[in-house]
Design a protein around this ligand. Structure first.
Ligand code: TYM
Length: 354
């Protein structure tokens, strides 16, 4: 049984400020994965149109996500960093996937329901088809591993469903052209053109929660800025937000079991663990029995130590937009040539004349 060549792909939308959830759930993992993998990291600017069509400072938004990637430590020479709109093959494959995905599958997407809200008739068609473009982002490179936060899990399951249906529906075209390879799905060997993507979600902070409410996800769209730590926050803001973060009156437990039913405590311990590259168990063995009055100052110190250099480097990079654009153009070119290879094969499998 042959295996697909391991390839990491992930994307971040250029909408609003990046926050600690984006950093711990995604970008920090991107950095770690580049040591031993071929990686492609994308600023998904076409996704940004789905919830809001007109963005006043789109170029700045795109550059600031790119700056965050670079400041966090992603190497754009060894890997590929680019913005999605420079590679039109994403949209082309997404169209094909729109014809693979079933309406019933899309109707189950909880993020669409949340984002569309009550007035679903007014949501854009793009917001509805969003997960299909996301599947195309990944599969146009036939990527195998996707580091994301917990909120993207359902979208990645859909990407697997799309890949599987394409593989099965075009089975008779893939085998004679010799383009696919054998993969194992459960116990069954399947001849596949597209891999079954694997989400990389684990870690101590797969879902960073709001600092004001441990049951709500930390998000760009929360009206309260105190609910999140932004990557562009200075030392003073980080310190104030952690000091004001909601907690309960009890001391920290010594075991992770004791975090059950204490969402705010669980969240802060998870954040500490992710920032320190430790497990929650390690953190509790150090702080178990301590009050938040001891834990919070330690968390502030750690958050500032990790985030301040990233913040400073992002500011430095943002002063040279020409450099950022050159990085994106170079990445775009390399991404395009890989994507075009896949698209030529997909066109042949489908039977488009070229
Ligand atoms: P986006 O731009 O909303 O978020 C970028 C990444 O940050 C993660 N994330 C979180 N992780 C932990 N806790 C949180 N509170 C938190 N908030 C956000 C997200 O899970 C994501 O990994 N659909 C994607 C972008 C995308 C994509 C792709 C990702 C487009 N195509 C292909 C992977 C592969 C999104 O909207 O992410």
């Amino acid at each position: 049984m042959t295996e697909f060549k391991p390839l990491v792909f992930s994307g971040v939308q250029p909408t609003g400020n990046l926050h600690l959830g984006n950093y711990l759930g995604a970008i920090r993992k991107f950095v770690a994965l580049q040591e031993n993998n071929d990686c492609i990291y994308c600023v998904v600017d076409m996704h940004a149109l789905t919830a809001q069509l007109v963005h006043e400072d789109m170029p700045t938004q795109i550059r600031s996500i790119t700056a965050a990637f670079l400041a966090a430590g992603i190497d754009p020479k060894k890997h590929i960093v680019f913005n999605q709109s420079q590679v039109p093959q994403h949209a082309e494959l997404a169209w094909i996937f729109n014809c693979v995905a079933r309406i019933g599958w899309m109707n189950r997407m909880t993020q669409f329901k949340d984002k569309a809200g009550k007035d679903r008739e007014q949501a854009s068609l793009g917001l509805y088809a969003y997960p299909s473009l996301m599947a195309a982002d990944i599969l146009v490179y036939r990527a195998t591993h996707v580091p994301v936060g917990d909120d993207q899990k359902q979208h990645l399951e859909l990407a697997r469903d799309i890949a599987m249906k394409f593989n099965l529906d075009f089975h008779d075209k893939i085998v004679p052209t010799g383009l696919g390879i054998d993969i194992k799905v459960g116990e069954e060997p399947v001849h596949a053109y597209f891999p079954m993507v694997e989400p990389l979600i684990d870690g101590p902070a797969p879902r960073v929660m709001s600092l004001k409410d441990g049951t709500k996800k930390m998000s760009k769209s929360d009206p309260s800025d105190l609910s999140r730590i932004n990557l562009m926050d200075d030392q003073e803001a980080i310190s104030k937000k952690i000091r004001k973060a909601k907690t309960d009156p009890d001391a920290l437990p010594s075991e992770t079991e004791g975090l059950k039913g204490r969402p705010e405590a669980d969240n802060l311990v998870g954040i500490f663990a992710a920032l320190a590259d430790k497990s929650k168990t390690d953190v509790l063995s150090e702080f178990g029995g301590q009050q938040f009055s001891v834990f919070k100052p330690a968390l502030i110190d750690l958050a500032v130590e990790v985030l301040a250099p990233i913040n400073a480097e992002m500011r430095r990079l943002m002063e040279d937009p020409g450099h950022i654009d050159a990085v994106l153009r170079d990445g775009g070119e390399r991404a395009r040539s890989r994507a075009e290879k896949t698209m030529n094969e997909v066109r042949d499998i489908i039977g488009f004349v070229r």
